[in-house]
Design a protein around this ligand. Structure first.
Ligand code: MG
Length: 351
């Protein structure tokens, strides 16, 4: 039998900050841009108990939690810490998949004979992460990768959740915990009286198809443990992007530019060592019309500064200042894996 561990860092960006600044321990804090006009990008668990969450304007967060500390994100640092963690996790098994900057799947089947229980394996994985970086993570273990992910998310922070009976585990959970069941689908399901994954599993497949379309049968099969998903196969992404919706539409250029800069830094961290050739921005206006503008550079680059500067420039040039903005996004595209393998010096010398 295959055993898959889903590993997810607990509040990753905040954990990185807390690790290096002990004065932050036991304080509600959030990563965001300095100044009161910015937007929160990530909040620690204590801040979350005050209702602070991503996308909330800093001034609003401050009213809701007076002692909230705002820390300007250091995405270079998060990227380095992520790399340290992922390198160690990858050593656990040749079947390893990094799903994002702070999330990975590891095949742990071969560890089964070396430990007394699956919980022990989970704790071992946590220990590997802690030893590599002093960062806390949660682990979900199941024979289905998707179930492992749901299990991991169900018990955070620092949880180890082992699922041996997929259907029993999933049934009491709310439908919204299933990756792929978005807001709209969840709403449709609730309108048919389906609240829990168990409710979904008890539906007749013909109804599922009729109400929510063929694709929803996939969730139905997972819930009934008639299907198990495997670790995603290593795919090479062609682009890395990040978007932010504002809680209320804005046309303040300083706020918008600060957000673009912030997103560009986060995209850069998520890229890690990958080189890219295209920088793109997206602006969704208040009336939902969307524009994207991009720029392609001659030589593949990995520079955070280049990404930030280009993204800000694109925004500055193309933003229609009379209009309110609902969402902005930044993308690094045309990822160049060959260039990524070469050293910066090589590239420098080719010019
Ligand atoms: Mg995480």
């Amino acid at each position: 039998m295959t055993l898959i561990a889903h590993v997810d860092m607990d509040c990753f960006f905040c954990s990185c900050e807390e690790r290096d600044d002990k004065t932050l321990a036991n304080k509600p804090f959030a990563i965001g841009q300095a100044g009161t006009r910015g937007v929160i990008s990530s909040a620690n668990y204590l801040a979350r108990t005050y209702g602070i969450h991503a996308a909330m304007p800093v001034f609003k967060a401050k009213t809701q939690c007076k002692e909230l500390v705002i820390v300007e994100g250091n995405f270079r640092k998060y990227s380095i810490i992520s790399r340290q963690i992922m390198q160690q996790l990858a050593l656990l098994s040749p079947r390893f998949y990094q799903a994002s900057i702070d999330e990975a799947y590891v095949d742990i089947s071969h560890l089964f004979s070396r430990f007394n229980s699956l919980e022990e394996i989970g704790n071992h994985v946590k220990e590997v992460v802690r030893a590599s970086s002093q960062i806390s993570c949660s682990v979900g273990i199941a024979s289905c990768a998707l179930t492992a992910k749901i299990a991991c998310a169900s018990n955070k922070p620092a949880g180890v959740t082992v699922v041996t009976k997929q259907r029993e585990f999933l049934s009491p959970l709310d439908i919204s915990v299933m990756p792929g069941i978005g807001k709209q689908l969840a709403k449709n399901m609730r309108s048919k009286g389906i609240q829990s994954l168990g409710d979904l599993g008890r539906c007749a497949p013909i109804r599922i198809k009729e109400w929510f379309g063929e694709r929803a049968l996939y969730f139905w099969q997972i819930v009934r443990a008639e299907k198990e998903t495997d670790i995603p196969r290593t795919k090479k992404p062609r682009s890395v992007s990040k978007e932010q919706t504002f809680l209320s539409d804005t046309k303040e250029v300083t706020v918008l530019l600060a957000e673009i800069r912030h997103l560009a830094k986060e995209v850069s961290a998520r890229l890690g060592k990958k080189f890219f050739r295209t920088i793109a921005i997206k602006i969704k206006y208040g009336d939902f019309t969307t524009i994207t503008r991009e720029e392609t550079v001659r030589y593949a680059t990995n520079s955070q500064d280049a990404l930030v500067t280009s993204a800000c420039k694109l925004f500055y040039v193309h933003y229609d200042r009379k209009r309110f903005v609902r969402l902005v996004g930044v993308k690094a595209g045309n990822i160049d894996y060959e260039a990524s393998l070469q050293t910066t010096l090589d590239i420098f010398m080719k010019r």
